[in-house]
Design a protein around this ligand. Structure first.
Ligand code: C2E
Ligand code: MG
Ligand code: MG
Ligand code: MG
Length: 289
């Protein structure tokens, strides 16, 4: 029956909701099988030194190429995987795959000893009992030094349970795993808390980088974050560098490291080394002393 005038078309709305629920359930189910079907992949985005131009590491970013849905972006499926708990299995896969790659590159001498691969860790993973121990066991099993791995956690993720997060991060940091706070400046972490965490690196969110060249306000903010990081004894990675002017400006503000499309988009492992060889040939010259 048609809704009487003035009443919302309830039937239509609930059919719509129903469909959305079904879609969501389907995605959860597909996500559950993604690992075993080999649909997940890590791509690697170079991180470079703004001082020397040298490649210092890579951020591993997850890609899901679903047979049914096509490519799904992590911004869409990670939140779903966090809700369903599937992130725990996926996160373990990410750790293993990143360590396998690190071992391959190191074993063949393709990367320097200080090269590290950073993985993104969701709040739900970080807060799961035994997370740090599992990472450390896998690291040992892979036969890699702890500094080969870096863990990126978001500010908002940390704040979900700061004392549990602190404990987990300390276990990792005590063994030499580097800790970075991702998307810094977009969350709500208080400086008082930050001081109590074993953090090596702050990653300035792209939001501050995007308009730096045109907005003195954003430039000042970026500058403030860089100074702040240094006062905590942290170094800084600027995210989302898309042109050389941004890179130059950030270097002049004393920002140590950068990543972004200007240097390279995230690359499949097999293209990463070719990128590195070309980039170093063009941009990096060994210091003369
Ligand atoms: P994030 O960790 O802050 O990663 C940076 C995002 O910015 C990546 O998007 C990267 O591809 C993109 N990006 C890099 N350079 C540029 C640039 O110059 N311009 C622009 N516009 N974008 C740039 P991506 O790969 O889609 O990942 C989105 C987010 O999904 C990540 O943000 C991270 O929070 C999450 N994510 C990705 N992989 C994983 C994972 O393995 N585990 C977890 N828990 N989260 C992940
Ligand atoms: Mg990240
Ligand atoms: Mg980020
Ligand atoms: Mg982000």
């Amino acid at each position: 029956a048609l809704p009487s005038p003035g009443e919302p078309p309830v039937g239509l709305y609930s059919a719509d909701l129903e469909r959305r629920h079904q879609q969501r359930a389907r995605i959860h189910q597909l996500l559950r099988d993604a690992t075993s079907r080999g649909e997940l992949q890590l791509v690697y985005q170079p991180k470079v030194s703004l001082r020397s131009g040298r490649l210092i590491g890579a951020e591993a970013l997850l890609r899901w190429n679903s047979a049914e849905l096509g490519p799904v972006s992590p911004g869409d499926f990670i939140p779903l995987a966090e809700t369903s708990g599937e992130i725990l299995a996926i996160g373990d896969w990410v750790v293993d795959e990143a360590l396998r790659q690190a071992r391959e590159w190191r074993g063949r001498g393709e990367v320097d000893d200080d090269f590290s691969i950073a993985i993104n860790v969701a709040a739900r993973q970080l807060m799961t009992a035994g997370f740090a121990e599992r990472v450390l066991t896998r690291l040992r099993y892979a036969g890699l030094p702890a500094h080969a791995l870096e863990v990126e956690v978001t500010e908002s993720g940390l704040m979900e349970d700061i004392s549990l997060a602190r404990q987990t991060l300390r276990t990792l940091a005590d063994q030499g795993i580097k800790i970075a706070i991702d998307d810094f400046g977009t969350g709500y972490s208080s400086l008082a808390y930050l001081k109590t965490l074993p953090v090596n690196t702050l990653k300035i969110d792209r939001a501050f980088i995007d308009d730096m060249l045109h907005s003195s306000h954003d430039r000042n903010l970026a500058n403030t974050v860089i100074q702040l990081a240094h006062s905590f004894g942290c170094d800084v990675v600027a995210e989302g560098i898309e042109n050389p002017e941004q890179a130059r400006l950030l270097a002049s503000l004393d920002c140590e490291h950068a990543q972004g499309y200007w240097f390279s988009a995230p690359l499949p492992a097999e293209r990463f080394l070719a990128w590195k060889a070309r980039y170093h040939a063009e941009h990096y010259h060994e210091p003369s002393r």
